[in-house]
Design a binder for this molecule. Structure first.
Ligand code: SF4
Ligand code: SF4
Length: 197
């Protein structure tokens, strides 16, 4: 398999896992939302990015892009694979406010940043999604991508466990901090201490 094919498959596999967990968290809010934040202008990045277009070819969405609503359909976003990183990164105030503790909020923000982190510095300092010359995608170093993939997978596993057990040890905090600094100044030490015990 060529490097680019491996990269597309591995990226898609990770995005798919992440989308499922994010959907579980966000769907109760988004389904009842009266001011849906998806807009065609936001979807447009997905059809302008050569990398995301390749993902759509490899994993075709069930409906076509619409010039008025982008990928937004009555049942939500038509894309399972190949959404823009911002589609995961954006957490509205309602979703953030519904988190039980500041640590829950922090963990969710790290989760929301994982796709963005995965594509960073892919080629010539550019994000994978921001490489506009399709030929440059063949220059992306698979070894570097796999290193980032290992980082985001570790963080993802820690976060999924956290959702089940509400526990982070010092090593987990250190791993998550590589994606997004841990806000020690905003999280009271009496909340962290029991988890590190
Ligand atoms: S992310 Fe927030 S603003 Fe956007 S659709 Fe969901 S609930 Fe609504
Ligand atoms: S989640 Fe889907 S519909 Fe919403 S902005 Fe992103 S691509 Fe468009």
């Amino acid at each position: 398999m060529a490097d680019l094919d491996i990269l597309l498959s591995e990226y898609a596999k990770f995005e798919n896992s992440l989308r499922k967990v994010m959907s579980e968290i966000c769907a109760p809010h988004c389904c009842a939302c009266r001011r849906v934040c998806c807009r065609e202008e936001l979807c447009r990045e997905t059809i302008e990015s050569p990398f995301l277009c390749l993902l759509h070819q490899k994993f075709p969405p069930p409906s076509a892009y619409c010039s008025q609503n982008g990928w937004l359909t009555r049942s939500g976003c038509a894309l399972s694979i190949g959404r823009a990183p911002v589609c995961y990164h954006f957490l509205c105030t309602d979703i953030l406010a519904s988190q039980r503790t500041p640590i829950d909020g922090y963990v969710l923000e790290v989760l929301a940043d994982l796709v963005n982190h995965l594509g960073k510095n892919a080629f010539a300092g550019r994000h994978l999604v921001a490489i506009m010359n399709p030929d440059d995608l063949y220059c992306v170093k698979l070894t570097r991508f796999k290193k980032r993939l290992a980082q985001v997978r570790s963080a993802y596993n820690i976060i999924v466990d956290y959702f089940d057990y509400a526990h982070l040890d010092a090593e987990s905090i250190s791993t998550l901090s590589r994606i997004r600094p841990f806000p020690s100044d905003k999280i009271a030490s009496n909340m962290i201490a029991p988890m590190l015990a």
